[in-house]
Ligand binder design. Structure first.
Ligand code: CP
Ligand code: NVA
Length: 340
């Protein structure tokens, strides 16, 4: 039997280091097949539900194209299209979708919702982002690091900004599992939750990853191989925007912070979407309101030669394809690969 058969992909901590490395490497392999136009229809004849309570560009597109490339039919079920979240419970929705679809992607708010979908649907469920974790993003991000540096173990990744959001959590735990040294540079009130830190520290015992939490952004990036940032206000957050911008301004990724790495080879990553000042639908942009040149990242470094953000975005496709094919595909991945 395929080692990953019928497993859900809900959070990184559920997977061993060897399993995460396998999914990263399989993503690289599938990327080569796609570039060489070699068909890989591991999900021929399957149907996939794409359940989105929050908006998405990359995750929705990646799941749609990945399912299509794998020979499956993807069906988008947005929050305004179905009864879920209004007239019908998560458990009933899980049972119904599981009786018709072969796999379910979910993006939304509570981690509990994606866990319930997995428990009650009886089919693999893939977490396309919750308030707590963004695991499919991790396979793409560490794939990008591996493409750039050839290996993961021993690299140093600095994440600066909101250390308490889904990206902070996922990067902290995944890096710790993979033996990547991880630095989180955030103001005190946005440092990661102690429970997440404990999970990462536990993982680091085996991997040898070094974990640093600091309020000093320059100390966080010093000597780093990669700097990572994310939006300062995540989807669905109801916060004092002015206070958040003020707290995070010292953590802006700009030319000065990039120079503080002391290296010319440091790369920049961002899960995207990134905040730019043309995004305001009405009225003033956040930059104008708070009289700042940019929020989490300045345009010069975002578009500069060290930025791999669009390679990283493309890798979402290959990573998601890897996760779907491994857990639901008609292929053989032997258990013996994962015996330690
Ligand atoms: N990085 C990411 O998840 O992007 P989307 O919100 O566009 O899916
Ligand atoms: N922290 C961001 C990630 C978006 C991919 C959010 O949740 O909005």
């Amino acid at each position: 039997m395929n080692h990953f058969q019928n497993k859900s992909f809900l959070k990184e901590i559920d997977f061993t280091t060897a399993e995460l490395n396998y999914l990263i490497d399989f993503g690289c392999h599938l990327k080569q097949l796609k570039k060489q136009h070699i068909p890989h229809p591991y999900l021929q004849g399957k149907s996939i539900a794409l359940l989105f309570e929050k908006t998405s560009t990359r995750t929705r597109s990646a799941f749609t194209v990945a399912a299509t490339d794998l020979g499956a039919h993807p069906e988008f079920l947005g929050k305004n299209d179905i009864q879920f979240g209004k007239k019908e419970s998560t458990i009933d929705t899980a049972k119904v979708l599981g009786s018709m679809f072969d796999g379910i992607e979910y993006r939304g708010f509570a981690q509990k919702t994606v866990e319930q979908l997995a428990t009650f649907s009886g089919v693999p469920v893939w977490n396309g982002l919750t308030d707590t974790w963004h695991p499919t993003q991790m396979i793409a991000d560490f794939m990008t690091l591996k493409e750039q540096f050839g290996q993961l173990k021993g690299l140093t990744l600095a994440y600066v900004g909101d250390g308490r959001n889904n990206m902070g959590n996922s990067l902290l735990v995944t890096a710790a599992k993979l033996g990547v040294n991880i630095r989180i540079g955030s103001p005190k009130e946005l440092q990661p939750d102690q429970k997440i830190v404990a999970l990462a520290k536990q993982a680091a015992v085996d991997s040898g990853s070094d974990i640093t939490l600091t309020t000093d952004p320059e100390a966080a990036v010093n000597g780093a191989d990669a700097i990572y940032t994310d939006v300062w206000i995540s989807m669905g957050e109801k916060i004092d925007v002015a206070a958040r911008v003020k707290a995070l301004l010292p953590y802006q990724v700009n030319a000065k912070l990039l120079a503080a790495t002391g290296k010319k080879t440091t790369i920049l990553l961002h899960c995207l979407p990134a905040y730019h000042d043309d995004q305001t639908e009405v009225g003033k942009s956040l930059e104008e309101q708070f009289n700042v040149s940019a929020l989490e990242i300045t345009d010069d470094v975002f578009n500069g030669p060290q930025s791999l953000v669009f390679q990283e975005a493309e890798n979402r496709l290959h990573a998601i394809k890897s996760i779907m094919a491994a857990t639901l595909g008609n292929l053989f991945i032997p258990d013996t690969l994962f015996n330690s």
